[in-house]
Write a protein that binds this ligand. Structure first.
Ligand SMILES: [Zn+2]
Ligand SMILES: [Zn+2]
Length: 332
């Protein structure tokens, strides 16, 4: 019989559809072969030498041979950097002027290498850049919510091949984030503990859904994972906000993320995926009840009518099997 599992963190129900569950290998088999990609593409705006094809750079990490990570405003920004945040109310209609920050973070000068194939040191520079941009956006008084994310592959929404990440800093906070903050606060008030620390402790104790452990972070598939192979990479130390990360933790996150993505890359044949940093806004720094993490979501299945119509999810794989499969993929 299928089993419904409750996701403690998102409060969503997931049908673990064992009747139609696929074996882990079957997800890889469905994947089309990607074409070989050269390290440099003369027409690519993100390749070195083509810097004039992007809006002026806002931040970069440089080495002896030029930039190693580069940040520019998104040429097709969804929010505008210039302008004031103005709210207007007309009857029951509410609007806010579309100010915000939409930046592209170019992961490395190499056009062909996704994060899974980069060095831990390069991944470390990417995390440092995320932190810099997160802090930059967070101190802007017009900004309420900062989202750092990556779209990898067509099914994940990429329009440009050169590996990159993005940041969108918005002038409003979503009900999704505020609800999760409130849910975590309510759990803290009722049980006297951080709900995320509780989940992490339990995952470490059971061990069956752990994918990869490093000194400061743990990558695992949730008990009620909403989709196949979706994972959380959670800091062991309790921290509400991404900006509380130490240098040692940032370096360790880089290695853990690179490692976890390499397991996906080699285990499932470079699947399309998104990842995003789920953090409380900086004004929540130090609170005892929220705990930031990075969420990795391979795009192996599509959301269909039932999911859209019900808010319930169908996962056609077993989280424990997903984790066992990925644990066995050994990467350097
Ligand atoms: Zn390129
Ligand atoms: Zn915690």
């Amino acid at each position: 019989m299928p089993e419904l599992r409750h996701n403690l963190l998102t409060r969503e129900w997931v049908i673990i559809a064992t009747e139609r569950a696929k074996r882990p290998e079957e997800f890889a088999a469905e994947k089309k072969e990607r074409k070989a990609v050269p390290a440099f593409v003369p027409t690519c705006p993100f390749c070195p030498g083509n810097e004039k094809l992007t809006p002026p750079e806002t931040y970069a990490v440089r080495g002896a041979s030029g930039w190693r990570v580069r940040v520019t405003p998104n040429k097709f920004a969804v929010l505008s950097y210039e302008g004031q945040r103005v709210r207007s109310f007309q009857g029951i209609r509410r609007t806010v002027s579309g100010v915000g920050i939409h930046e592209v973070i170019i992961d490395s000068p190499d056009h062909s290498k996704s994060l899974a194939l980069l060095s831990d040191a390069q991944a470390g520079l990417i995390i440092q850049t995320y932190l810099n941009r997160f802090l930059f956006a967070s101190q802007d008084p017009r900004i309420e919510q900062v989202t750092i994310f990556k779209n990898h592959g067509e099914a994940a929404g990429t329009s440009l091949m050169h590996p990159h990440s993005q940041m969108i800093a918005a002038p409003v906070i979503t009900s999704q984030l505020r609800d999760r903050l409130m849910n975590a606060l309510q759990h803290f008030d009722e049980y006297g503990e951080c709900i995320f620390c509780h989940v992490l402790d339990q995952e470490l104790r059971e061990g069956t859904r752990i994918v990869y452990e490093s000194d400061h972070f743990v990558a695992f598939v949730q008990f009620a994972a909403l989709t196949p192979f979706s994972m959380l990479i959670m800091p062991r130390r309790h921290m509400a906000c991404f900006s509380e990360i130490s240098d040692a933790e940032a370096a360790d996150l880089a290695g853990n993320l690179r490692h976890t993505l390499a397991k996906l890359y080699f285990g499932l044949g470079d699947p399309d995926f998104n990842y995003t940093i789920r953090t409380a806004p900086t004004e929540y720094t130090g609170v005892k009840y929220y705990h930031w993490y990075l969420s990795v979501i391979p795009r192996l299945t599509k959301m269909a009518g039932f999911e859209l119509g019900s808010g319930m999810f169908i996962n056609v794989s077993l989280p424990e099997e997903n984790a066992r499969f990925l644990r066995k993929i050994i990467v350097e």
